[in-house]
Design a protein around this ligand. Structure first.
Ligand SMILES: [Zn+2]
Length: 120
């Protein structure tokens, strides 16, 4: 393996190519940004996406969770845009599941309130 380095255009640090994710669609086969900057980029993007979404209520306790480790492992091992896209899809599914759980909880709460009113 050739010991090459590449300067990340974001942090301007010259890093070993090991510090860049594989990106087969790019000329040099490596991501433009270093792994650190990619992680920052994606987390900022996720945060922005969350900020744009309409305010959602706090997820109920019964929420199915996406294991936090899955994301960091996938990013570390794959580090590709495809992996990020797959994770985004998974996050979307999880979000939908949370909303379903929330709606179900509200339904049950309303039913309980109705019963309480009737019995008093
Ligand atoms: Zn960088």
């Amino acid at each position: 393996m050739s010991a090459t380095t590449k300067v990340c255009p974001i942090c301007k640090v010259e890093k070993s190519t090991d510090d860049y994710s594989i990106d087969k669609y790019r000329k040099d086969g490596l991501s433009a940004r270093c792994r650190t900057c990619m992680a920052t980029y994606w987390s900022a993007k996720r945060a922005a996406a969350k900020g744009d979404a309409p305010a959602t209520p706090k997820a109920p306790k019964s929420t199915p969770k996406v294991a936090p480790d899955v994301e960091s492992i996938a990013t570390r091992d794959l580090g590709t845009d495809e992996a990020q896209a797959a994770l985004a899809t998974a996050a979307d599914v999880a979000k939908r599941a949370r909303m379903d759980a929330y709606n179900e909880q509200r339904r049950q709460a309303r039913a309980a309130a109705r019963l309480a009113n009737q019995s008093v």
